[in-house]
Design a protein around this ligand. Structure first.
Ligand SMILES: [Zn+2]
Ligand SMILES: [Zn+2]
Length: 626
């Protein structure tokens, strides 16, 4: 075996992960939960291979995703054991770990409700007090089928049919489950567990099949971690953009056009700030803006390759007997524009930017506020370049992305997707192109992981992520290298040798889409936008009627200075109007009464700080927009 520090460990033939842990030390053997081998996870009970590189994860790897995965998988089995004991006649289906927790699907004889979760959780706690250990056993398909038929578990019988060999059982106490593993050695590491909710779920995700009851839960290596997790959930609810958006008067959704936001004036202020930055940076970085049609005839989509792959995602219509579709991506427009006349190598790289609305017929079940909508406005661009220019162009995109995300105090990270099995092009091309993307990430010091085989068949891609204020990772833009689409549209360029050459295109979007980006920003800032993004930056409150004219004058002067200011002249008390401004998260409030003048303003900052300043020094001290 090779250990993470590159030292070697000699073990007899057939030794398991647990044997390896024991050979290193008794403490490690006791705390071991999982073997990680070449990026995948392996049960401690399984034999290791000669020369295998292994890492043994333990109960101290409390926030390692794989260590949590195995803990939660074992917790799901405890849940199934508890439910079977409490509800005779229940049928069990599947129970995998998922992000942030686990679930198990059941077919209950009688429906259960939220309040039934507490007694189930109590029963799991009892199991934990008693202690459980997992045993792994390999069985034949016949034996597995026979066992679950005897136990009258039809879902398991069905799963046995499609299970990969070797088929294994895991047993804890009197409960045996069909399972590939891996599992904990025993239940001691499960220090904190909570059932978090109930939902309906169709068997195998098929709405024609029986509806089952899904019980969600989560588990951690310590109570402290569970508490922190639950607190994060509360905080995320508080920041939910679906709640804050309408509350801050930024946008709303209407049943008249489901999943397409109606942007209110204040929401458009944020949108336009993003647009201002997009335009300016495109200009600074040598892009040209274009605008292309929203609908194209279906032939175009066959040429681009979007049909039939994305056909279901597209809104279709018929005009003058011809079939059309609304664009779900901007690519064809850029291709047609590039191909509108012969192109010389002297024009390359040609960077064409377009942010027009795209329509995608997302399924109702997948919609989520601004994060998944049916109208998507990408900050898109297509960069046409030669093979020699790929490196610089990708590096330019990565630099642009990092610049953009840093404006919002978010940390960028990336995932590099490499050649899939069905790739086109030679290995040498892929070596060169993947290396170009990797160098661009390294050059910009953006941390990245590699997703082997996840690239599109025509080229590798970079997916960009941002960590928000809650430490959540959001997928943002993509940078995708492609030689396929230019050739589908018959695009070439004339080189210095006067001959035609193939060219590459880089598809890239950095915000991803305006809609999604604004949704994420609302949650990232919890609605407390930095001064430059705040829809209303300063509100002036006249104390009495006699102060209105002066307050208006102050607001006007602020506007002349480029500040988004307004006066609140409602017949409400000053206290009420200050509180409203706080709820609306306005960065500065100026209260104007008898004692105030342009030379001496009472300024309240968001967060409570107060000061007295002249209008001139207040304006001079305001943060400038990036
Ligand atoms: Zn399992
Ligand atoms: Zn594209």
């Amino acid at each position: 075996m090779i250990l993470p520090d590159n030292s070697e460990l000699e073990l007899p033939e057939g030794a398991t992960g647990r044997d390896a842990a024991a050979a290193i030390g008794p403490k490690l053997a006791e705390q071991a939960v999982l073997v990680r081998s070449n990026g995948s996870v392996k049960d401690l009970r399984l034999p290791l291979e000669d020369g295998e590189q292994i890492q043994i994860l333990t109960t101290r790897d409390t926030d390692d995703p794989d260590a949590l995965y195995v803990l939660r998988h074992s917790s799901a089995h405890l849940l199934a054991e508890a439910v079977r004991r409490l509800y005779p006649g229940v049928k069990i289906a599947i129970g995998p770990p998922v992000e942030n927790g686990f679930y198990y699907d059941f077919d209950f004889p009688e429906p259960i409700a939220e309040e039934d979760l507490a007694p189930i959780e109590e029963e799991i706690r009892r199991e934990l007090d008693e202690g459980r250990a997992w045993e792994r056993q390999e069985v034949s398909r016949d034996e597995a089928r026979r066992r679950f038929a005897e136990e009258d578990e039809p879902y398991k019988v069905e799963l046995v049919e499609s299970a990969d060999e070797p088929i294994s059982f895991y047993t804890q106490g009197d409960f045996t489950d069909l399972c590939r593993g891996p599992h904990l050695q025993d239940s001691k590491p499960i220090k904190a567990l909570k059932l978090t909710g109930l939902a309906g779920a169709y068997w195998r995700g098929d709405e024609k099949k029986p509806q089952l009851t899904r019980i969600y839960g989560t588990a951690f290596y310590s109570q402290k971690d569970l508490d922190a997790h639950l607190e994060r959930i509360e905080e995320a609810k508080r920041r939910d953009h679906r709640k804050l958006g309408p509350q801050l008067d930024l946008f709303h959704f209407s049943e008249h056009s489901p999943a397409s936001p109606l942007w209110h004036p204040k929401g458009m202020v944020i949108w336009n700030e993003l647009e201002r930055i997009r335009r300016r940076e495109n200009l600074n970085r040598g892009y040209h803006e274009i605008r292309t049609p929203i609908i194209y005839d279906e032939k175009t989509w066959w040429t681009s390759g979007h049909f039939p792959k994305y056909e279901d995602l597209m809104f279709k219509l018929e005009v003058e007997g011809r079939p059309w579709a609304m664009k779900s991506m901007n690519c064809p427009g850029a291709m047609l524009l590039f191909g509108s006349r012969p192109r010389s190598y002297r024009e390359l790289p040609l960077r064409l930017a377009e942010a027009s609305p795209l329509h995608r017929n997302e399924l109702t079940g997948t919609l989520h506020g601004l994060l998944r909508v049916r109208i998507v406005t990408q900050d898109d661009a297509h960069i046409f370049c030669t093979e020699d220019q790929i490196q610089d162009e990708i590096a330019g995109c990565v630099d642009f992305a990092r610049y953009t995300y840093e404006l919002f105090d978010m940390t960028a990270s990336a995932e590099l997707s490499t050649r899939p099995d069905n790739k086109i092009g030679t290995d040498e091309q892929w070596d060169r192109n993947e290396a170009a993307l990797e160098r661009a990430l390294a050059l910009n010091e953006i941390p990245y992981t590699i997703a082997p085989g996840e690239g599109a068949f025509y080229g590798p891609k970079i997916d960009l992520f941002m960590d928000d204020a809650l430490g959540r990772k959001w997928q943002m833009g993509t940078i995708q290298l492609d030689s396929q689409m230019p050739s589908r549209f018959g695009l070439k360029y004339v080189g210095p040798d006067n001959a035609e050459h193939d060219l590459y295109v880089v598809h890239r979007a950095l915000y991803g889409s305006f809609e999604r980006f604004i949704g994420i920003l609302i949650e990232h800032y919890a609605g407390d936008f930095p001064f430059w993004l705040a829809p209303v930056q300063v509100r002036v409150l006249p104390v009495g009627d006699e102060h209105r004219a002066a307050a208006d004058g102050i607001a006007e002067k602020l506007k002349e200075a480029g500040v988004r200011a307004e006066a609140d002249e409602r017949d409400e008390t000053v206290g009420k109007r200050i509180r409203d401004a706080e709820v609306e998260k306005i960065p500065y409030v100026i209260v104007y009464g008898d004692r105030e003048s342009e030379e001496s303003l009472a300024v309240r900052e968001r967060g409570g700080a107060q000061s007295t300043q002249s209008l001139g020094s207040f304006i001079a001290g305001l943060p400038s927009a990036p």
